[in-house]
Design a protein around this ligand. Structure first.
Ligand code: ZN
Length: 257
């Protein structure tokens, strides 16, 4: 597996080798730049694509042949969340919600309803700042700890799951999560429901990527996603998929004892 450490080790080793070689033969300066750019390309991809497990180990699916998938919702609670909960209730399905700390503080009743209806919750940072990738280790630890506290007020215990906003990881985030002892939960089916306008296209994207053990990423932030969910549930039923929680899929406890 290519990690940040092994990539950087490879960069330094090749640069060293080129430096030594340059005493004996002519090495063009841009060879050094090319090697560095190659390292940078991998580092950028690894920081943005959670499935690469570049900075940390994220659980992005289950390797099972059972036709089970986990539906997950990010960025709530919002005023849309009750609509999602209504549909899940109607279909008797339990999902996993990765919630933002400051939104839990804003909509405590809605958050309470998520838990009361038997869904699971995980930590999705406190502010969901667009600049989260630039935060120090200490600031990241604060983001994680304050959301744990917000959640614990309702649950009486700490959540074990953390999902990185935007799927962004880096050495500071990895160190903070190692200290906070969270399991990092990713996805292998990204619906892009906040970016793609057409419900049809979103559904097509999900359907073409889904397989046994998939973790599907949706957002409880728009009515468009609610309609996508409704149609997704029909598709799952027609194709004999069972929707379960992340805990049931990965067999990792969602909460601390
Ligand atoms: Zn998010």
């Amino acid at each position: 597996m290519l990690t940040h450490k092994s990539n950087t080790f490879f960069l330094l080793a090749v640069l060293f080798l080129l430096s030594v070689l340059s005493f004996y033969i002519e090495i063009k300066w841009y060879y050094f730049v090319l090697v560095f750019l190659f390292w940078l390309l991998i580092a950028v991809a690894g920081s943005g694509l959670i499935r690469m497990n570049y900075h940390l180990k994220a659980r992005s699916r289950s390797f099972t042949s059972e036709r089970k998938v986990a539906i997950t919702f990010d960025d709530g609670p919002t005023l849309i969340t009750p609509e999602v909960l209504d549909i899940l209730k109607k279909n008797n399905i339990k999902a996993t919600f990765f919630c933002i700390g400051q939104e839990i503080e804003k909509y405590p009743e809605i958050f309470d309803r998520i838990i009361a209806e038997g869904h699971l919750v995980g930590n999705h940072s406190f502010t969901h700042s667009k600049k989260i990738g630039l935060f120090s280790k200490e600031k990241m630890m604060e983001e994680i700890a304050s959301t744990d506290i917000s959640i614990a007020k309702f649950l009486g215990k700490k959540p074990n799951y953390y999902r990185p906003p935007f799927g962004v990881t880096n050495p500071n985030i990895a160190k903070a999560l190692k200290l906070s002892k969270h399991y990092v939960i990713g996805w292998n089916v990204r619906s892009l429901d906040t970016k793609i306008k057409s419900e049809k296209k979103i559904l097509k994207r999900i359907k073409s990527r889904i397989s046994p053990g998939s973790i599907i990423l949706l957002h409880d932030t728009s009515l468009k996603s609610v309609r996508v969910l409704e149609q997704l549930l029909v598709f799952l039923q027609e194709n004999n998929y069972e929707a379960v929680t992340v805990e049931q899929l990965l067999k990792i406890p969602a909460y601390e004892n």
